[in-house]
Design a protein. Structure first.
Length: 283
């Protein structure tokens, strides 16, 4: 499919006529991290009233529960989604299983990169936090504070661990994040930095298959032709949805809001949406 074949829709109602299962991104589609986009609360509720299965699928380094609490705090209606899958949740469960099997030893020193000193990504795991890359045995990049620090800050923090090739996991592959002061570099950019410093990174989340497999399993493993993935990132949502064998819809309210020519971006990423929407609104 080429970019010219993407069908532009006025609203989500047109998608609801064709698909029964919705995999929805949150940042850039439902909200900007500070408030819902106009019409998003009502549209999410309308999907459920229409009998659709709604699974929210997010590259958030936090677990599912804190993400759901934030949506409720932002004003989204309880029960307007069926399931929530975050990259942070997938990572937490993987680490939990590794600890249970002995593959992750208790007391492993973890350098955690997060926002606002958030530790939910490792709560309940047998890890010992360290703020020093020189003695870290594991690096976990769950978020970025690119609105508060520059890359040089992170270079200093991560450099000693990368030089020792300490295993690193990035649970938010997004390279750009929305903040109150505009787009800034995300955790995915920090993962790239870690690699440039000589380290190895395992990325968990969109566009990689595991998060889609988890989301589709929660949705009852539906026929792929009945599923549409809606997001604001070509690199993550559109490429990831296409890789999972489902239809894709690109929403222009998030990180691509100010991009005029998308065709070059589609070509660069090798990913082309089936549909485009100006915003996540019903009509």
């Amino acid at each position: 499919m080429s970019a010219k074949q993407a069908r532009h829709l006025d609203g989500v109602a047109a998608l609801a006529e064709c698909y029964s299962v919705f995999l929805l991104d949150q940042f850039g589609v439902l909200h900007d991290g500070q408030q819902p986009y106009p019409g998003a609360v009502e549209t999410l509720s309308a999907l459920k009233r229409a009998g659709k299965t709604v699974t929210l699928i997010s590259n958030s380094g936090k677990r599912a529960a804190p993400n759901e609490r934030r949506l409720l705090k932002l004003g989204f209606e309880a029960g307007s989604w069926d399931h929530f899958v975050s990259s942070g949740e997938l990572a937490w469960r993987a680490f939990h299983d590794m600890a249970a099997s002995g593959a992750l030893k208790a007391g492993t020193k973890c350098l955690l990169i997060s926002r606002d000193d958030d530790r939910s990504a490792i709560d309940g795991l047998p890890l010992a936090l360290t703020d020093n890359g020189s003695d870290a045995e594991l690096v976990l990049i769950s978020a970025s504070e690119g609105d508060r620090h520059d890359l040089e800050h992170y270079r200093t923090l991560l450099g000693p661990a990368a030089a020792r090739r300490v295993p690193c996991f990035c649970t938010n592959p997004d390279r750009i994040m929305l903040t109150a002061v505009g787009p800034r570099f995300g955790a995915g950019e920090l993962a790239d930095l870690y690699e440039s410093l000589g380290g190895n990174v395992t990325r968990i989340g969109k566009p990689y298959p595991a998060i889609y497999e988890a989301a589709l399993a929660l949705a009852g493993n539906p026929d792929r032709g009945s599923v549409v993935c809606v997001g604001d990132s070509v690199e993550h949502d559109i490429a990831g949805g296409a890789g999972a064998g489902v239809a894709t819809a690109l929403v222009r309210s998030g990180i691509l809001a100010d991009v005029e020519d998308l065709s070059a971006l589609f070509d660069r990423e090798g990913a082309y949406p089936d549909y485009t929407l100006d915003a996540f609104r019903w009509r």
